[in-house]
Design a protein around this ligand. Structure first.
Ligand SMILES: Cc1cc2nc3c(=O)[nH]c(=O)nc-3n(C[C@H](O)[C@H](O)[C@H](O)COP(=O)(O)OP(=O)(O)OC[C@H]3O[C@@H](n4cnc5c(N)ncnc54)[C@H](O)[C@@H]3O)c2cc1C
Length: 316
């Protein structure tokens, strides 16, 4: 492919689809490349997204792709970008099939790799009865006996948060709880018991959770488990293009640093969605993708680059 696009969007989840939509509506020649693995794919539904609350993620992304079809300057391509390099004002990306594509601007929207604890039974329940975000999944497990698998100050924070969804919340420390007197008092005041016994696994049919199995063989009734998670970059692409990482935070270990205009530290490289944030959600990703695309268009105008496309008409 020899075309030089106005923009290539890498990643077609909430942030990337949103960016491509805004770029298409601005008549910018845009290529969206997507490996097709949005992080929330295992979830029952998207919790807390206005207009789409509870909608299965696959439906939501399919609707986003359908909307892009109305904009003739946007092309979608299934594939994975495995490397990126800059030459002057051009950025060339290499796909896993060896093909190369070039643009003057890139929006990175590759999401993050969510790393939950390695406890037997988590994988099959991930995004359903085992979750990292009570705002996303707390409603579905409300009023059940719930538990938090964590310790120390983060465990206290998560346990007090989860109390919004149930009066029956236990902090499972899986070893010494590492609480100071003030933290222990906060949990007592909130009616949150602490269990320091080692945790062995989860029980219940399919994605249902009925109990946490302790190493001593007993089962503690539990209908929803909040676990800590670490978000990490899925690929070295941002670093290859020269975008530096922000300081590690509560959730993301290596988020890409962006300014208020969605610019990374690398010229022409914008970023949006999970790979930039400590507060991941679909709503924020949609907003960030929209902002990044608008900033790409503003940058094109500001730099006086010639439009690389005379888009065909056909949209509204
Ligand atoms: C299990 C789970 C459940 C969740 N539930 C909710 C919820 O209910 N409500 C809510 O608001 N938030 C929820 N979230 C968080 C939410 O899903 C994310 O914040 C949001 O989807 C991030 O959007 P994104 O576009 O940044 O990344 P993603 O949606 O992860 O999309 C990134 C896309 O980029 C692609 N990609 C990655 N690397 C490359 C590459 N090199 N080349 C090409 N393509 C690439 C991926 O395959 C993927 O399709 C959940 C997260 C998880 C893990």
């Amino acid at each position: 492919m020899d075309d030089i696009r106005d923009c290539i969007v890498v990643g077609g989840g909430a942030a990337g689809l949103s960016a491509a939509l805004v770029l298409g509506r601005a008549r910018r020649s845009t290529l969206l490349i997507d490996a097709g693995a949005p992080s929330n794919a295992p979830a029952h539904g998207i919790g807390g997204l206005l207009g789409n609350d509870g909608r299965p993620p696959a439906d939501f992304y399919a609707a986003g792709r359908r909307e892009l079809a109305a904009y003739p300057s946007v092309a979608l391509r299934a594939g994975e970008v495995v490397a990126g390099a800059r030459a002057g004002d051009r950025i060339t990306l290499t796909l896993s099939d060896g093909d190369r594509v070039t643009a003057r601007r890139v929006v990175l929207a590759t999401g993050m790799h969510y790393v939950p604890p390695t406890l037997p039974g988590v994988a099959g329940r991930w995004g359903r009865t085992v979750f990292h975000c009570p705002f996303c999944h707390g409603w579905e497990v409300r009023d059940r006996p719930l538990a938090v698998l964590d310790r120390g100050a983060p465990g206290v924070h998560r346990a007090l948060l989860l109390r919004m969804w149930s009066d029956d919340v236990t902090l499972l420390a899986d070893g010494p709880a590492e609480l100071d007197d003030g933290e222990a008092a906060s949990l007592r005041a909130a009616g949150v018991p602490v269990d320091e016994r080692p945790v062995a696994g989860l029980e219940g049919p399919g994605a249902t959770l009925t109990a946490v199995r302790m190493a001593d063989g007993t089962a503690r009734p539990c209908g929803g488990l909040l676990v800590p998670v670490t978000l990490r970059q899925r690929s070295p692409l941002a670093a290859q293009l020269g975008a530096v990482a922000a300081a590690p935070g509560f959730v993301a270990a290596d988020a890409v640093a962006v300014d208020a205009m969605a610019r990374t530290t690398a010229p022409g490289v914008f970023a949006a969605g999970d790979l930039t944030t400590q507060m991941p959600s679909v709503a924020s990703a949609v907003a960030a993708g929209s902002l990044a695309a608008a900033m790409v268009v503003q940058a094109i105008v500001a730099e006086g680059l010639p439009a690389t496309t005379a888009p065909a008409e056909g949209g509204p």
